[in-house]
Write a protein of this length. Sequence first.
Length: 317
Amino acid sequence: MKQCHFFKQVVVVFFLLTTGGMLSAQNFTVSVPSTDDYSGYFVPVKPGASFQFHVSVINNLGMADTISIDKTLVGMGEVHSWVSIDDNKLTAQPSGGKVNFLLTVNVPANAENRNYTLYLNFKAVDTADNHYGFSYNQQTIIVDNTPPTRISFHVTSASTKLTFNSFSAWDARSKQYTDVNVGAGANGIKSFTITLKDGSNVIGSNSFDAAGSGSVTFIHLSSYKNYTASVKATDMAGNFSTKDTIATTAPAKPANLTFSNTEYGSTTLSWTPSPGATGYNVYLFDGNDYVTLNSAPVTTNSYTITGLNPYTTYSFY
């Protein structure tokens, strides 16, 4: 008798669950367009920031349903008080009717520097007063209040220009997002800005996305001169840090090239010393290429060239 009674209880409970709205995968289709492709992660935010996102629900049942999002502590979790919903009672028409909820998240100014989970649980009531409960993938709010670190870049110097490339920086909090959305940035960094200064005078400034391979060249500079390069790295939440470095242009090419002591098979090439230069290379243009004549940098302002053929024109640089 006890076994029979127990069997009846199981049947009754199962019947109540199925007729009371136990959700099947086909009853409602939920999507969060801003996070569905990024493992449920929102773009990182700083404490005190706010953002909005949409939640779409499609009703696949044969009756109209009034749908709402459970915004209680139990339904949404610890961030329930951060969230407001523009209209939290929307009616989806049967067989494919779609509703869109607009949610606003206001992150408190004292929010901790960590991840917060936002749960999405829904309630639905159809026209026959059947009640349904269903849920969707949990969402993650990344609160990031730390600036980027490890800023680095490479500088290539010429006599009248400086080229900066190979920019890199690191932000562990925001990196969680760029790991799942590689088009948004790199290593948690959203963008770089480089500014070149001559003292307090700004020569130029350029910003670019960290997801690309940025290269910035400043031209029309003075030869053999120190400039201050300031590189700012900004993470996905808007935190930033800056690194300054001194970048020096290369010495100018030597001027006033002259020949002296020209004899059978040899000549001496002289030039005006270039400020900042510690050595020079002498080149012969053979019609196709520039051939280096000296085996080590020339540390004076003259160089004797031998092995020349008589009655032959040469071009030296």
